[in-house]
Ligand binder design. Structure first.
Ligand code: ZN
Ligand code: ZN
Length: 375
């Protein structure tokens, strides 16, 4: 495989990104080469660039993107999550994590916690796997990567975040649904960034009445545009008022998704649950202060508190199916500014300044000469 493949490489906090050419690569059995159509910058990429989240350098960041299959390794082509054969020319998204399928966590149905998990946009650049993140012209998909084919007519802005925020929201809703059906339920969404607004749209599409909270007024207005019936600020009182405005919410929420990670928001939700409610914690991904849990209330009120981190391959498929629904179409507007791949520095500055919208990176289309592969 030869051609004009390149990646933007992060070398450390305050160090400019470096364009690294990858003149050739060899695909092994089960592997796929994808040309990137559009990648979006996730908050966690921004955190790494700022030094708030450690990352092994040199590193190709990026784990939200949509692209097109340009080559497949020798032997039988891999299959997508829903069982179709991956083919050259197919437009696809792929999951952030590669599991082994054999360890005790994989066997326990927790592939996202695989003992030898590898993640796109998180691994130190290594010989043979240079194209390991989305901020590149191409990404080298390793065997067992969850791949989902996507519609040709769906906007790239809508599809790129599927492998991070949309699939995570699907995992959170799935966890809640196992305890409580969403149709007809009062669903509280705490935090109205990319995940929160996706969750509002998805819960409304499933027939829930949504109460959304966020300290930011503009984000609350966006939540209403996405179908939230009632909104509140980030305080406990704001949540209580927002619930009281809905007749079915007077006893509290039935399902809550906490996406902000703020301990005060977790505490507020613990105090606003109706009998039998399920609270799914998603946003608390960095160390914070602890919150008080009243065990008697958990017992007597039959509460479920569930943590969700990342997602399983089926959630990526659910994410794509959801994004293809008409109700999801306005989510494309959350991806604002699009920069060329070599404009990554200014794209990162833009992403830092506007945390409520996604910034995109679009590589120039480039030809890649596919050499015949043996095996
Ligand atoms: Zn992400
Ligand atoms: Zn495993």
């Amino acid at each position: 495989m030869t051609g004009a493949m390149e990646a933007q490489v992060f070398r450390g906090v305050g160090v400019p990104f470096e364009t690294v050419a990858v003149p050739e690569l060899e695909l092994a059995h089960g592997e796929v080469l994808v040309s990137v159509e559009l990648a979006t910058i996730c908050g966690s990429d921004v955190h790494t660039v700022q030094g708030a989240r450690p990352g092994p350098v040199p590193l190709v960041l990026g784990h939200e993107q949509v692209g097109r299959v340009v080559a497949i390794g020798p032997g039988r082509a891999p299959r997508t999550v829903d069982g179709t054969t991956v083919a050259v020319g197919q437009r696809v998204v792929w999951g952030v994590a590669i599991d082994c399928g054999r360890c005790r966590y994989c066997h326990a149905g927790l592939p996202q916690k695989c003992a030898t998990l590898r993640k796109y946009g998180h691994a130190r650049m290594a010989r043979g796997w240079e194209l390991s993140g989305g901020f590149a012209s191409h990404v080298h998909l390793r065997a067992r990567t969850p791949i989902v084919a996507v519609a040709e007519d769906a906007p790239a802005e809508l599809l790129a975040p599927a492998s991070c925020s949309t699939a995570t929201v699907m995992a959170a809703l799935d966890a809640a649904r196992r305890i409580r059906p969403l149709a007809g339920a009062v669903v509280a969404i705490s935090g109205c960034g990319m995940l929160g607004l996706t969750a509002v749209a998805a819960a409304v599409a499933e027939g829930a009445t949504v109460v959304a909270t966020d300290p930011d007024r503009e984000r609350r207005a966006s939540a209403q545009e996405f179908g939230a019936a009632s909104v509140g600020d980030g305080t406990a009182e704001g949540l209580a008022q927002a619930l009281r405005r809905i007749p079915a919410g007077r006893g509290g929420y039935h399902v809550a998704l906490e996406l902000s990670g703020a301990p005060s928001a977790v505490q507020s939700l613990l105090g606003a649950a109706d009998l039998g409610a399920v609270l799914v914690l998603v946003g608390s991904v960095s160390p914070t202060s602890t919150v008080a849990v009243d065990p008697e209330a958990v017992v007597r009120r039959l509460l479920t508190i569930r943590g969700v981190h990342n997602y399983a391959p089926e959630h990526l498929l659910q994410a794509v199916r959801f994004l293809e629904r008409p109700e999801a179409a306005p989510l494309a507007e959350l991806v604002g500014d699009i920069h060329p791949l070599d404009g990554i520095e200014s794209a990162m500055l833009h992403a830092r300044a506007h945390s409520s919208v996604r910034v995109g990176l679009r590589p120039d289309p480039r030809p890649v000469k596919v050499l015949p592969l043996g095996g």
